[in-house]
Design a protein around this ligand. Structure first.
Ligand code: NAD
Ligand code: UD1
Length: 338
């Protein structure tokens, strides 16, 4: 298939690009590099040994997006592009609504104009309202507690409405839990700007000495060791989920949502211990107060993805940490060498 990957230079998009290209799909990346680097494209090409055409364009620019659809013929779109930092979305809500919602709207208009109806969307576990007990099922009530989360809820709604109105559309909403890890080559991984908000990249930076101490946000939750529990999934497993979703919508019309996680929860302390084993040394840590807005326990029920997509995660926490460490170590020593 000819597949457009919006945001394909980002963390999840680049790993998905590799899997798709290795399985013989022809891909085109559209990215404005607002949160990624053009060098990622060369790395994708180096890993796959195939060319990865890239269109530098902003999804909110309707003309530029239309031009991409005029230049290439697509069978399907995987839509990763968007801003994703929860805290920043609270400070700059309009930027998030503009980039995520208007960007998606322009993309869907171009798809309509060029007769492309198949889309896979990067949704998130953040679309669940958060007051239901874990594990999270796809039919749990939706809602959000920040503008980033609302953009995901609203985009899901837009896609659902279009699929209901026009039988040429098919959408798969993939609700990612906590993607971590990196490509096993160590050439690609998560590269957040500034101080990371998420646990894994923070721990990785402590391991290479770029940050002094792991801050554990609360050890008085009602969980086995008192720290927050999440469903971490290896980014290569997540990438494979997109391949299965592409196969799934080829023969179906309508809108379908699936959780992508492992179905297992790990606590902050368990993650830190797994990372210590991966990097072979103890990491300094301290207990800080709870982070505002955090929930004690979030993990997926993955039965639907298993039954419908044939998806199940292959990698466990030790592989996730080993690959994240390999990437962090290589990228830190590369930047020291510059
Ligand atoms: P990322 O920031 O690494 O990748 C997003 C890419 O989109 C970047 O390369 C960025 O430059 C590009 N982009 C942003 N706005 C754009 C625009 N207007 N036009 C063109 N390109 C644009 O993020 P990621 O971690 O790879 O996440 C991908 C998607 O998955 C996002 O939609 C995110 O909200 C969603 N998601 C991520 C996580 C996570 O933990 N990483 C969890 C759940 C959902
Ligand atoms: C966060 C986002 C969520 C997004 C997800 C993507 C918030 C509130 N939520 O979820 O919308 O979909 O990332 O992966 O930002 N922790 C520490 N110390 C740290 C960082 C985190 O103890 O330095 C703890 C947190 O309290 C939590 C766990 O580690 O219990 C995971 O945190 P994080 O990686 O930020 O992910 P989420 O909060 O699940």
């Amino acid at each position: 298939m000819n597949v457009l990957l919006t945001g394909g230079a980002g963390f999840i998009g680049s790993h998905t690009a590799i899997i798709l290209s290795e399985r013989g799909h022809d891909i085109v990346v559209l990215d404005n590099f607002s949160n990624s680097k053009p060098s990622v494209i060369q790395r994708i090409e180096r890993i796959t040994g195939r060319s990865c055409p890239c269109e530098e364009a902003d999804l909110t620019d309707a003309e530029a997006v239309d031009a991409v659809f005029r230049r290439w013929k697509f069978d399907a779109v995987i839509h990763f592009a968007g801003f994703k930092a929860v805290g920043e979305s609270v400070e700059k809500p309009l930027e998030y609504y503009e980039n995520n919602l208007i960007g998606t709207l322009k993309l869907m208009e171009a798809m309509t104009n060029h007769d492309v109806g198949d889309i896979i969307f990067s949704s998130s576990a953040t679309v669940y309202r958060g007051d239901s007990p874990a594990p999270y099922y796809e039919d749990y009530p939706l809602g959000a507690s920040n503008p980033y989360g609302w953009t995901k809820v609203m985009i899901e709604r837009m896609l659902r409405d279009v699929c209901a109105a026009d039988s040429r559309w098919a959408a798969v909403l993939l609700r990612y839990f906590n993607p971590i890890g990196a490509h096993p080559s160590g050439l690609l991984g998560e590269d957040p700007n500034g101080i990371p908000n998420n646990l894994l990249p923070y721990v990785a930076k402590v391991a290479v000495g770029e940050l002094p101490v792991v801050r554990i946000f609360g050890d008085d939750y009602d969980t086995p060791d008192g720290t927050g529990v999440r469903d971490y999934i290896h980014v290569m497993d997540l990438a494979r989920g997109h391949l299965l979703a592409l196969d799934y919508i080829r023969t179906r019309r309508g809108c379908f949502s699936f959780n992508l996680g492992t179905g297992k929860g790990y606590s902050v302390k368990e993650v830190v211990a797994a990372f210590e084993r991966a990097c072979g040394k103890p990491l300094p840590s301290r207990i800080d107060p709870r982070r505002a807005g955090d929930l004690p326990e979030i993990y997926a029920n993955v039965d639907l993805a298993r039954k419908e997509l044939g998806f199940s995660a292959e990698f466990g926490l030790s592989e996730m940490c080993a690959d994240a460490w390999n990437w962090q170590r290589r990228s830190s020593s590369a930047s020291e060498g510059l």
